[in-house]
Ligand binder design. Sequence first.
Ligand code: NAD
Length: 346
Amino acid sequence: MHNNKNILLTGTAGFIGSNFVPYFLEKYSEYNLINLDLLTYAGDLKNLKECEGNPRFKFIKGDICNRELVEFIFTEYDIQGVIHFAAESHVDNSIKNPGVFVQTNVNGTFTLIDEAYKYWMNQPFKYKQEYQDCRFHHISTDEVYGTLGDVGLFTETTPYAPNSPYSASKASSDMIIRAYNETYGMNTVITNCSNNYGPKQHDEKLIPTIIRNALKGNSIPIYGDGKNIRDWLYVLDHCKGIDLVYHKGKKGQTYNIGGRNERTNLQIVNTICTILDKKIPKKTSYKELITFVEDRAGHDKRYAIDATKLENELGWKADENFDSGIVKTIEWYLTKYSFENINVLE
Ligand code: NAD
């Protein structure tokens, strides 16, 4: 283990990071993973239970905005790569409380890349001898591109047009990463992914909210007319895309990741209710619980990703389609909620 590389991963007690870490730990025995997460309301160490006790897994509770801590981690662990997931990630929260989004997503990203720059490089375009290959991978979202009409897809050259405080903060963080590549010659990559779904997603997000409310017999809230479209990707396919870009992506480049699985929110809720009607039938269909609620302010109409660059350059393709991935996801939540005493078999 002495010759192993230490990689810093941030935000891994959250949804995507906690799916990524077990996959990455298992695949690369030559890496030690140093995990930094503040454990905000969105982070939960239970999500990383399967990594506990692994000698190549180290968890540190702390804030990516804390410069002294970040500097200490780089030095103490001789960090040789960064994969940066940590963020405030829920659009609804960003409408109510945008400040913390700017703090974590913008200032936090700046702090991390600036410390990486100082630790790895002597001056612009001059890496220190022993850190030549060190790379900073920033995880971002398709929401930076704004919203689409009925046709068209986001490509890597689509102009940025973020609409919510969340997407604006993510767009800002992408720009900082871009600047560190252009100005200092840092080895950076950015991935912009569409909506993820799968195990370990926080209860506040759309798919867990639908499943939980259906199981409890509560009304299932759907924004507006339910016709907003998102491009859904199974979380492990996102993780595989990150792995490919981290190892094989071209320096300074951006790669879009998306599953070509566009669905309206109404299609999502109907699909989930249909599956639940078969798995745990009740007297009436779960669809009876669907309730339309006042739309989210500034609700983007449609997101859809063109992942051609990642597919053609790096050979990525999604292993899961929505119909297979949603069944796995529902099964995971049925187990989780039955442990939380939501009586799924009533
Ligand atoms: P999440 O909200 O589930 O997890 C975020 C994690 O970051 C949590 O564990 C939280 O404790 C941690 N965190 C928050 N502030 C922190 C801080 N100041 N310092 C250290 N840790 C902090 O988010 P997610 O859905 O797993 O998203 C991960 C990344 O992927 C984010 O950057 C997000 O923008 C991006 N992304 C998410 C999606 C999606 O559909 N979920 C899609 C595309 C991109």
